[in-house]
Design a protein around this ligand. Structure first.
Ligand SMILES: Cc1cc2nc3c(=O)[nH]c(=O)nc-3n(C[C@H](O)[C@H](O)[C@H](O)COP(=O)(O)OP(=O)(O)OC[C@H]3O[C@@H](n4cnc5c(N)ncnc54)[C@H](O)[C@@H]3O)c2cc1C
Length: 490
């Protein structure tokens, strides 16, 4: 797309040039003109979106669009779709992707956050009935949704570990954390969506109404439309969190215990959140310390364990959410359950904190200047045990074909100019899984050719392609995922 390079809000030339060359109704013309003032080719605006959280590559969008309403987004997409010279469009949430998934060098980047900029309150509505839910704009960060629902004593059932991704961004993947074993990923906890498809049509969808688009969009990597609203299930918010950490040197025992914890039924379950972590080296002990408040003597003890162990050390993070009603039995219940587990005796630790502090623990970690737990060359490796029955196979998200599977997050941080080494390491891990036919899938996937995408989606690929043809037939949306070549679908 050829945009004039000016430093003020301007009308993209290519849009003006093609404006008269195809038929738009008068009303549609007016709407299109109205959004021109929200598009800029200003170099500094464009360059502020030229990278993402991964900081592995750079690509400047052709222009940036700051919509003031979902209708503006629909108008832009319709315009491109109907134009003889369609352009690609990328909806960007908080940009927490790592491989340029929101890049759109030849098209327009939608800065989703501008939807809530002046009226964030209007974009979040809590309904506190027998089945409580929150309607949240797709651009809203989860932390904002949490704060809004807490005012009603309610909370979404599951968050990602980091609360600053947007609703639309995490629902486009799955949204997982140590809580997913109870309720499934975030996508399993959505009742309804507003989606603007690749033809510019706004559709309200759910399991009952337009279910195909609903299932497509959840885990859909931004391929089928822009999520502008999600109706998310809520539950009563507990007040406090008891965070227990148990150390292991035997991975099989760790897995046995994790699987026990995630298979307990509601009546016997003690923990609401179960995650794991691998500690390879002494510097990582400082990383796991962040947000938890180990005492110096505990840290010395763990450091000694890591130094003396010939191989990695593992830990389980198990967290019980509780309030005044459940507090009296908490200690006893935890004590009885720990007796059945196989951690190293003397290596169980426990802290107590307000639930909000636990949910927002990575923020506090940041405040301690430990960037998201990724501050050493080693970084963090997290292990999330999952119950597949809590995932809905009709949705676009893919999982391994096992009843219990693990999400292993390799969260390296390149602080020693060693980006390539770390990326190669991740690729090696993936290749080993492939070579041993472990049936693994990538979460937050990144591939550069369609053959690999086909493999990733497996038996869901045909459905994924046919949904793409149906909802974004010119492949205009989210081209940074590199799944489809724009305009060549049909
Ligand atoms: C520090 C950190 C911690 C993380 N922890 C977790 C975790 O615990 N669990 C987990 O599941 N994930 C985690 N993630 C991954 C994160 O959830 C995803 O990268 C998510 O996509 C980021 O959301 P975003 O708003 O930044 O999306 P972006 O990076 O802006 O966009 C990601 C993709 O979604 C599309 N998209 C964005 N908004 C919309 C929308 N409204 N409608 C349709 N498509 C849209 C984009 O086009 C793009 O393809 C973490 C990421 C970081 C950086």
């Amino acid at each position: 797309m050829d945009f004039p390079r000016q430093s003020t809000l301007i009308v993209p030339l290519a849009i003006l040039v093609t404006f008269s060359s195809f038929v738009l109704s008068l009303a549609e013309r007016q709407k299109t003109q109205d959004i021109f003032s929200e598009i800029t080719t200003d170099p500094s605006a464009r360059s502020s979106f030229a990278t993402d959280f991964g900081n592995l590559s750079k690509s400047t969008p052709g222009a940036v669009f700051y919509p003031s309403s979902p209708n503006d987004i629909a108008t832009l997409i319709r315009y491109s779709y109907k134009s003889p010279k369609p352009f690609t469009i990328s909806q960007r949430g908080a940009g927490h992707s790592t491989y340029g998934q929101t890049f759109v060098p030849d098209g327009i980047l939608i800065d989703m956050s501008s939807l809530g900029r002046n009226n964030a309150d209007c974009r979040i509505t809590v309904t506190n009935g027998p089945i409580p839910y929150v309607d949240a704009g797709g651009e809203q960060p989860w932390i904002t949704v949490l704060n809004a629902t807490l005012k009603y004593g309610l909370t979404p059932r599951i968050f990602t570990d980091y609360l600053y991704a947007t609703v639309g961004g995490s629902l486009s993947n799955a949204g997982i954390s140590g809580r997913a074993f109870v309720h499934g990923p975030q996508i399993s906890n959505v009742y309804e969506l507003d989606v603007i498809t690749g033809t510019g049509k706004t559709v309200t969808c759910s399991r009952e109404v337009e279910p195909d688009l609903f299932y497509a969009a959840l885990g859909g990597l931004g391929q089928f439309g822009v999520i502008t609203r999600a109706r998310i299930a809520l539950e009563p918010a507990q007040k406090r969190a008891r965070w227990v950490r148990l150390f292991y040197t035997d991975v099989e025992l760790l897995m046995r215990d994790q699987e026990k914890l995630i298979s307990m039924d509601d009546s016997s379950a003690v923990f609401d959140f179960v995650e794991g972590e691998i500690v390879f080296s002494v510097p990582q002990v400082q990383v796991i310390r962040g947000g938890y408040d180990f005492s110096d003597s505990d840290i010395a003890k763990i450091t000694k364990l890591v130094t003396e162990t010939n191989g990695p050390v593992y830990l389980i993070d198990a967290v019980a959410y509780y309030d005044d009603l459940t507090a009296p039995l908490l200690d006893q219940n935890i004590h009885l359950l720990l007796e059945e587990l196989h951690y190293i005796s003397g290596f169980e630790f426990s802290v107590d904190m307000p639930l909000l502090n636990f949910l927002n623990r990575l923020y506090y970690l940041q405040l301690q200047q430990t960037p998201l737990g990724l501050c050493t060359t080693a970084g963090s490796v997290l292990i999330f045990p999952m119950n597949r029955t809590k995932w809905d196979d009709k949705m676009s998200a893919v999982t391994p074909n096992e009843e219990v599977f693990y999400v292993v997050s390799l969260l390296w941080s390149a602080v020693a100019n060693d980006t390539k080494t770390l990326v190669d390491l991740n690729n090696q891990v993936f290749n080993i899984c492939e070579n041993y036919n472990l049936g693994c899938k990538k979460y937050l996937p990144h591939f550069t050719n369609q053959e690999d995408w086909k493999k990733q989606f497996g038996n869901k690929w045909t459905t994924f392609v046919s949904r793409k043809k149906k909802y974004d037939p010119k492949a205009l949306l989210s081209p940074g995922q590199k799944i489809f070549t724009p305009l060549e679908l049909n």
